[in-house]
Design a protein around this ligand. Sequence first.
Ligand code: FE2
Length: 261
Amino acid sequence: MNTNTKQKEWVFSDQRLQKLRQEYDAYTSEDFKVWQILFERQMPNLPKAASKAYLDGVEIVGFTADRIANFEDLNQILAKTTGWEVQVVPGLIDDDLFFGLLNNRRFPSSTWLRKMEQLDYLEEPDMFHDAFAHMPMLTNQPYVDFLENLSGIALKHINNPWAIQLLSRIYWFTIEFGLIKEDGELKIYGAGILSSAGETKFSLSNEPKHIDYDVRRILNQEYWKDRFQDKYFVIENYEQLYESLPEIESVLEEMLLEKRQ
Ligand SMILES: [Fe+2]
């Protein structure tokens, strides 16, 4: 093991990382019903709206309406496709743990499901969002390579809240709210959109702006969490994300320097 590998893996011995697992037998019939309702409500919209990478991913991971995603099965599948894994976390976690896990190809996920009376509004992401919306994308190699290395950049600046805020904008407008152009048509790959029936429709409509992926513009773009975005950034392909990493790093450095002056 070289020094770099050791440094990268600090996260696994961090005291805050609890050894949690998905207690599949503890899911109640209400949980199964909630998963089924959300799945059946959203899935029919997606063949027309979602990126091919996501739809292929759903096939690969084998999600169905009658079965809450099982992380053990999922991990076996991901191990064979991109080498990623799902790491169970209690909910929102500190930024350094979050990016530390992603940088080690572990996707942090909660295991709890929203209740029947919260079908449309959630204060923080539940496992329907984390699993249904994020995990199929973990089968796409350039996408996960981007996620791993974007997190590596975040870790270099982890003690600088302004840098983390700027990098969160990239995460937000790609991983959570990204669109892609496929065969001349806009499609969704952002998980924040994929887990929301309302935003799926809205993001592809003529109401919001659709802007070509632009690192500098995103780094200068604030976002909001409590309503639909008024603009979405559109990539040409997933390689474009990965190839933009050096630019993310250099524009970030430039903006940090400006802030210091
Ligand atoms: Fe998310």
